[in-house]
Design a protein around this ligand. Sequence first.
Ligand code: GLN
Length: 464
Amino acid sequence: MSRQSVEFSIAAAERLNETLNAFLEIDREGALTRAREIEESGNAGALAGIPIAVKDNICVRGMQASCGSKILGDYQPPYNATVIERLTNAGAVVIGKTNCDEFAMGSSNENSAFGPVRNPWDTTRVSGGSSGGSATAVAAGIVPVALGSDTGGSVRQPASLCGVIGLKPTYGRNSRYGLVAFASSLDQVGVFGRKVEDVARILGVIAGRDPRDATTADAPVPDYSASLTGDLKGARLGFPRTLFGEGLDEEVKKSVESVVDVYRDLGAEIVDVELPHARYAIAVYYIIATAEASSNLARFDGVRYGFRAEDTPELRLMYRRTREEGFGAEVKRRIMLGTYVLSAGYYDAYYRKAQQVRTLIKNDFLNAFERCDALITPTTPTPAFEIGEKADDPLAMYLNDIYTVTANLAGVPGISVPCGLSSERLPIGFQLVGPYWSEPTLFKLAHGYEQARPFTERPPISAS
Ligand code: GLN
């Protein structure tokens, strides 16, 4: 059984890759060997024989970890990320590494050094990003589940644009050991799936304290599947009306408002809430994320990993050329921005100020959660846009994350759930955001909606 499903996934990944460009590496041999071993050993782990795709910034032993960047290229890490260790111990089979924006910086996958991922609903459109390959692999039915990373929305946003579920857990819920760092105070490994139940199962396996990552919490890992009760009576859903205004596509707005009606019919109480500082979130995020990135990316110097520029007899010249040739334009832009906001003259004006506003954003959530169990918002302001449409306008691109970055700044969990198609047959998603450690509530609410209004549409480019 496990060999069949792994073989199916690999064949589909290979067949569709020319069209979708979702995978940077497909490990046919390795994956089939592991599937055979699992079958023969009678491994009865929770995920025995389940094929899974992994974003190319998460380390899997024996496979590449390019992070979508030329500077790492075909670099192979000698170890597994903790989340991978836990998944494979439970019997899951990694079939390949998925395309992503370079070092997870982007919202469209166009910043990958290896070309954009195409949206299976319309291949002239972006998949979203930065975990676009993983979202696409799930949406096209290549794999049932996949891993991504979410620093400012990179799991939830592509999930929404591709019509699948995407979860960003509470900061500290899973280990970041073996996830290549972008902005360490925001990064979290997230999960894509077509069913809430599958996402809940994967989180149950990967969550929990890891001695190799001091930011993981000791909080107990509940049985997430047990929260899928279908009983939403008395649940309180916060509706931040001001986020449903300017810049929001009319169809997305209508669609998410109709989700609110579904929740009301299911017995939930809808309460008005305010997030007064949410309008500063994009500015704050792009100061903090670039500051941390400029520091984290200092390690790519041509000595330790991957690519090194040729014909550079002098050390500093070698550093400079390696970084000049190895990094793409967006990564360089962020290193420069981050270095600037951390520099002596500007630290107080930008970085310190951003950290202060970050606290206000977090307090907005804490206040809102005194009155509700979770908030509902759109995941993205529009459905998937055309490839090339925003590529030359970084600010327009950054605005895509307006609904998602706040959860990372506050450290709270969020989940994107598909809720229909636009008139152009492009997926629309809504987002639920809850208090720290409220994944069981988010799963319960997402599952309740899924039962009431299942999203059964399939994209034109699909494995089956
Ligand atoms: N799109 C956002 C950015 O470009 C978020 C990226 C992410 O979550 N990794 O930074």
